[in-house]
Write a protein that binds this ligand. Structure first.
Ligand code: ARG
Length: 254
């Protein structure tokens, strides 16, 4: 039985390994395209418009790729699968608002940040607006995010409910199944505007973060080229323009 299990495992592993395509910079450059993953459920950063991935960071990556002479081939995956999948070389890079954290830096490499933001409390009228007011409250967050980490650190919270998508956490707040939702401050702002009749309120920023694209750990040349492209679109004003298109302000790190 043991042996069979071992064989199955070994077979599974070798199958998985044969589909691995470790794409370094030279290979990507030569192929003329870069395979980039995002999520598609995190407006205004990444979302679906019909069947097309759209949003601030989709435009940013398109502009970066253009500087590098590459076309982007997009993939959509759930947010919590992105880091594991990049470690399996399923794609070359992901851009999905990953906050730069020490923990994540152990398993992937980050480019320079394409924006600076933070995690903010969102609630309904009369709900908790400050960290201290979250005591005995139910907090809704997306799974595997820095918001989930922050919510778990809140002292005295009654429960932290995690949802596969950030929009699910938002829906839970609207439906009154959680007392507060912790999300990105620009996502929060857009949700407040879109749900005007719900009277959502934004509260305290629990933490600030720098958000960046990720590549496989050690894919240094790719990371360096993405950084150069980011610097180029910053220098020629493209990055600011994209930011103003989605946020009516410059959200890039100063
Ligand atoms: N910025 C947060 C983090 O680093 C959340 C990102 C969520 N991204 C998404 N595409 N849903 O964890």
């Amino acid at each position: 039985m043991r042996v069979i299990k071992f064989l199955a495992l070994a077979l599974g592993l070798s199958c998985a390994m044969s589909s691995v395509q470790a794409r370094d910079w030279a290979t990507i450059k030569q192929s003329g395209n870069i395979v980039v993953a995002s999520e598609g459920a995190y407006a205004p950063f990444n979302y679906f418009q019909g069947s097309t991935l759209s949003g601030y960071e989709i435009d940013v990556m398109e502009a970066m790729a253009a500087k590098l002479g590459l076309k982007v081939e997009w993939r959509a995956l759930s947010f919590d699968a992105l880091i594991a999948s990049i470690r399996q070389d399923r794609f070359d890079a992901a851009i999905a608002s990953h906050g730069i954290t020490e923990e994540r830096q152990k398993s992937v490499d980050f480019t320079n940040p394409h924006y600076c933001s933070g995690g903010q409390i969102v609630t309904k009228a009369g709900g908790p607006l400050k960290a201290a007011e979250l005591a005995n409250k139910v907090i809704g967050v997306q799974l595997a995010t820095t918001y989930a980490d922050a919510a778990k650190k809140v002292t005295g919270a009654k429960e932290v409910k995690t949802f596969p998508k950030d929009t699910d956490a938002q829906q839970a707040l609207l439906a009154g199944r959680v007392d507060a939702w912790v999300t990105d401050r620009f996502v929060a702002r857009s949700a407040v505007e879109k749900n005007a009749s719900a009277g959502l309120k934004t509260g305290e920023l629990l933490f600030i973060e720098r958000d960046a694209a990720i590549v496989r750990k050690g894919n240094t040349e790719l990371r360096d080229n993405l950084n150069k492209a980011l610097a180029d679109i910053k220098a020629d004003g493209t990055l600011r323009k994209i930011s103003e298109k989605y946020f009516k302000e410059d959200i890039t790190c100063q």
